[in-house]
Design a protein around this ligand. Sequence first.
Ligand SMILES: Nc1ncnc2c1ncn2[C@@H]1O[C@H](COP(=O)(O)OP(=O)(O)O)[C@@H](O)[C@H]1O
Ligand SMILES: Cc1cn([C@H]2C[C@H](O)[C@@H](COP(=O)(O)O)O2)c(=O)[nH]c1=O
Length: 249
Amino acid sequence: MAELIFFSGTMDCGKSTLALQMDYNHRARGRGGVRFSRNDRAGESRISSRLGLETDAVEVQDTTDFWEEVMIRRTRGQRIDYLICDEAQFYTPGQVEQLAKVVDEIDVDVFAFGITADFRTRLFPGSQRLIELADRVQVLQVEALCWCGRRATHNARTVDGVMVTEGAQVVVGDVDMVVEAAAPTEAEHAPVVGYETLCRRHFMRRVTAHGASLMAQQDQLLPFEVDVCLWHGSGGPGEPGGPAEPRGA
Ligand SMILES: Nc1ncnc2c1ncn2[C@@H]1O[C@H](COP(=O)(O)OP(=O)(O)O)[C@@H](O)[C@H]1O
Ligand SMILES: Cc1cn([C@H]2C[C@H](O)[C@@H](COP(=O)(O)O)O2)c(=O)[nH]c1=O
């Protein structure tokens, strides 16, 4: 019996790699499928893995109807046994319902891959619907790690290296974005948006790898205990929007 499976995890934990592997394995056994994605970092109509694999896919738009996508292909005589749905956090709740219908009504397996929550820890609407409807939600085995070595559970967004908690929900980007060392003039300056996976503790305290390394440097430089402001938030220590703990983060 066909299933709707949601493979989820943080950014950079191997979801797209697994999507490409599953497509390969099913295809190798003679099954027919279609690959879908939306807003892949590599560009439109692509599924790309940081391991270097990349392939073509059908770009999902707000107007895409998965039921129709399958019906049109089957009418043409194409074999459709499964769908690979990457970056599924960007699909609409209605599209997730179409995927469930494809599973239940015409026995097509749907393998969806995506992050559950955004940079504010809020569920993406597509991921929420997948969690509500999937036969199984499978958390990926490969753990993305926080800079402290703990399992990363959250996706932080940075703008010019500083963690932010306000902004549009969707901004395509990558982990390990390099922030320019030499500041360009204001007119040229386009903010660099990046992402970093963190454990909950460091997400809540807003301590990114960059912030932690600054704090470590300050600890080495200062001969005595002083209050050091290394943050850009508005609250006081431990308050929402406030700083990371300056010591023992
Ligand atoms: N040079 C590398 N050598 C080995 N593994 C790598 C390399 N670069 C990336 N990876 C692996 O690829 C994973 C990211 O895979 P990817 O499918 O792009 O993630 P996701 O789709 O979840 O964001 C990393 O967690 C890491 O395990
Ligand atoms: C947290 C967060 C992420 N995104 C974007 C950034 C990337 O383009 C994708 C995730 O891709 P990955 O293959 O899982 O690395 O999502 C976003 O738009 N908004 C966010 O809050």
